[in-house]
Design a protein around this ligand. Sequence first.
Ligand SMILES: [Zn+2]
Length: 130
Amino acid sequence: MKRLSPNEKWNRFNKKLEELMKSNDFYGLGVIYQEMANFLNNEGKDSKEMLNKAHEMKLTHHRNYIKNLRYDSPICVGVEVRCTDDSCRSCKSLQGKVFDFDKAIETNPLPVRNCSHEYGCRCVYLPVAN
Ligand SMILES: [Zn+2]
């Protein structure tokens, strides 16, 4: 396969963003912005704006998840944080923590802002039933 030039890569990221925006895939958008931030980092450029966008998109994803769960499920009272095996220490410190809906919406435990993993925070919420 032909190696893509930096410009081609960047264009591909933007095309991907367009598709994800059409389908309201906020988590996917967060992942692509994170990849764009990593890309800029490798080029020695400022990645702060992309990192902020990555965080913002994942935050929207998690908040939507909580709102939908609260709306859809009469037996759920909150969410529990689940991280991955290779999550960073900040993320792992949240593993298994339970938040009622109000608290989760108020404090936004996810995504973990100071996550140090190269793909950013990949923690998820699980529903907690009464
Ligand atoms: Zn992390």
